[in-house]
Ligand binder design. Structure first.
Ligand SMILES: [Zn+2]
Length: 111
């Protein structure tokens, strides 16, 4: 039995549908929802590149023949950020170290 292959709307990669996010235009309300529901579906790699293209070029909206509310993209971006935890840049300096005052006398304070 063949696996159910789907195609990413942004990069065109073909993979089993489990590998993609699924966005569904629910029938008959035409509301968009993620992962589940009956209706027209679009598939998207869980990658920043593909999400960016889908958003910028409205690939999602065209594939679904629907207006994609910003909240849908927000949820996907959030998923992306929680799925991959970026490490903070190494050159990020900390400025909250306790400062050690040396040799400060009252004489230093002038007008
Ligand atoms: Zn893709």
């Amino acid at each position: 039995m063949k696996p159910h292959l789907r195609r990413c709307i942004s990069c065109g990669k073909v993979a089993p549908k489990d590998a993609f996010w699924r966005v569904v235009r629910v029938h008959p309300s035409h509301q968009l929802q993620l992962d589940r529901g009956m209706g027209r579906s679009a598939y998207l790699c869980p990658r920043a590149d593909c999400l960016k293209v889908a958003q910028k070029k409205n690939r999602l909206g065209r594939a679904l023949k629907a207006t994609v509310p910003p909240s849908v993209y927000e949820i996907l971006w959030q998923r992306l950020s929680t799925a991959t935890v970026p490490s903070p840049p190494a050159n990020c300096e900390r400025h909250d170290e306790p400062t050690t005052r040396q040799g400060h006398s009252d004489d230093d304070i002038r007008g």
